[in-house]
Design a protein. Structure first.
Length: 238
């Protein structure tokens, strides 16, 4: 068994919502560490590690990862960057060649166009350097709030809360928030999550969502959040 989570609870008169989030993160990490086979890196965390926080590669990797399995994304991203190593090279790449490289990823036609367009804008408008401000990132083709926030967190180490399907689903299942869309989930989490945890929240929630709190047939039997989870409580009543 690996060492216990480094996240410590600080219950000294903290708001209840903040205490609950800290408790949730602690339980998630402890469970993932206990089941060592579940502690694999996500595609973005793996890319961050392998590419030494390279903002351009993390940006392109995040765009490509949308609606794609992590395993496939990691393989395709490596293959793409073996040939095109920076924004200038990718902006000058033949579109059909990009498509042939990433064709096994979902929506590859659209994604090929977007990563080529984004690379061109980065070269022409930002002098080949991926911007580190949210609004600038949002101006790039194929970049929504989740992607922009992922770049801030994984490339620039800037506090943000990237909300993908896992973060949205788990937050609502447990009962941290009651929201209908990812934008509202982000807004609510910003209010109740201590900023010092923003950098780690996405990674922990994604690993947990991929391995334990699954979209269909979640593994409630090994989940350490049963005692505070609305979804589990309601399922027991059925």
């Amino acid at each position: 068994m690996k060492k216990k989570s480094s996240i410590k609870l600080q219950n000294n008169n903290r708001p209840q919502e903040l205490i609950k989030i800290e408790n949730i993160l602690d339980k998630m990490e402890t469970t993932l560490n206990y089941f060592e086979n579940l502690s694999r890196l996500t595609a973005l965390k793996e890319l961050q590690t392998e590419e030494d926080n390279d903002p351009f590669k993390i940006l392109i990797g995040t765009i490509l990862s949308a609606r794609s399995r992590d395993e496939n994304t990691s393989k395709i991203v490596r293959k793409l960057f073996q040939k095109y190593k920076n924004a200038l090279e990718l902006s000058n790449a033949d579109l059909n060649d990009i498509k042939s490289i990433i064709h096994s990823i979902g929506f590859y036609n659209t994604k090929s166009e977007r990563i080529k367009q984004a690379s061109k804008i980065i070269v022409e408008k930002f002098h080949g350097i991926v911007p580190s401000e949210l609004e600038d990132l949002l101006s790039l083709p194929g970049v929504g709030r989740k992607t922009a926030n992922c770049v801030l967190v994984y490339a620039f180490n800037k506090p943000a809360i990237p909300v993908d399907t896992h973060v949205h689903r788990i937050s609502n299942r447990i009962g941290i928030v009651k929201t209908q869309d990812v934008k509202k989930t982000e807004e609510e989490l910003i209010k109740i999550v201590d900023k010092k945890y923003w950098l780690i929240l996405n990674n922990i929630f994604v690993i947990y969502g991929q391995n334990i709190c699954l979209p269909i047939r979640p593994k409630c039997q090994i989940c350490s959040l049963k005692g505070i989870c609305n979804f589990y409580t309601n399922q027991k009543k059925i």
